[in-house]
Design a protein around this ligand. Sequence first.
Ligand code: NAI
Ligand code: MG
Length: 362
Amino acid sequence: ANKKLLVLPGDGIGPEVMREVRRVIDWMDRRRHVAFDITEDLVGGAAIDARGTPIADATIARALEADAVLFGAVGGAKWDSLGFDKRPELAILRLRKELGLFANLRPATVLDPLVDASTLKPEVVRGLDIMIVREATGGIYFGDPRGIEILPDGTKKGINTEVYTTPEIERVARVAFELARKRQRRVCSVEKANVMESGLLWRQTVQALHDAEYADVELAHMYADNCAMQLVRNPRQFDVILTGNLFGDLLSDLASMLTGSLGMLPSATLGLADASGRRHALYEPIHGSAPDIAGKGVANPLAQMLSFAMLLRYSFDMEEDAKLIERACVNVLANGLRTADVMAPGCAKVGTQVMGEAVLRE
Ligand code: NAI
Ligand code: MG
């Protein structure tokens, strides 16, 4: 059967970078390298303007039927005055919820031609290849009790609670261990077991799962504050980092800057596998809709391109094709073509479309 792919470009630079990825998808489709059933739909502000909602129920239904979703970015000043219950960003939250997307995969990879774009020294980041697996649907952002209470003396109390259950920890740990088996077989599990009960349970649960089923993978534990320090001191010590929602949020943003530009970084969010073994999954660049450069044709399309490569690797099991796209991106950079965000001395500054065409040629 054909692979079902739902493409959701969204707002701002989303459609601009997605157009370049579509060239590659359509090329693969045309040469019958692989047959895709591709559906494209509106999401975010574009869907609000056309349909009055950031994501239509019919779009959710398509996402549930798809083998994978390729997402651009949503949001923009035009919709910023809408309430929290109406904003473009709700589209992504709803997709995460409906598809049960609990594991967020954020690679921090330094492509060789971009070693100088890092905020760190070249000798510290050359060849860097980290995968951060962040639990994405539990933890302190969602736990009860929560809220702001008014105390008898008129002062207020803001409350959030970190809750993790063993099944929640185990399913995301499994994703990390499985990934490690395809990489360097090393997982570093990160929490604050020294001061948090949920962190202690996290550590014990990951260790027990490791001992029972993944003894072939090397497992280390690290406190989150130390991990932040180690990521800057010697990031190449890590292969897969496994962590909860809050620490994963911070550490993955930190790690992204080791690589230089937001415009280069893909991500994946994976859900539970159904009875047939199919796992819902959504792939998107980590950057947003970049309103400051939208419409100018200067956005870097490589994060979106590399998100598609991840999709091929993790949802379609097309490792060779994923590598083909990744190599094409590296070659284009090595040949000295750069968008403004990764510009370097001696390189030619090009726009979104020239970059996309160059990747296709490679
Ligand atoms: P942003 O990631 O859109 O932009 C941050 C900075 O990075 C900007 O200066 C932008 O020009 C630059 N940048 C981002 N992607 C780039 C690319 N591909 N090439 C070159 N430069 C790039 O984050 P910001 O400004 O905080 O948010 C803008 C809008 O995007 C907001 O409405 C926000 O809510 C939304 N957003 C949406 C996300 C999503 O759809 N998953 C994620 C993050 C933000
Ligand atoms: Mg964040």
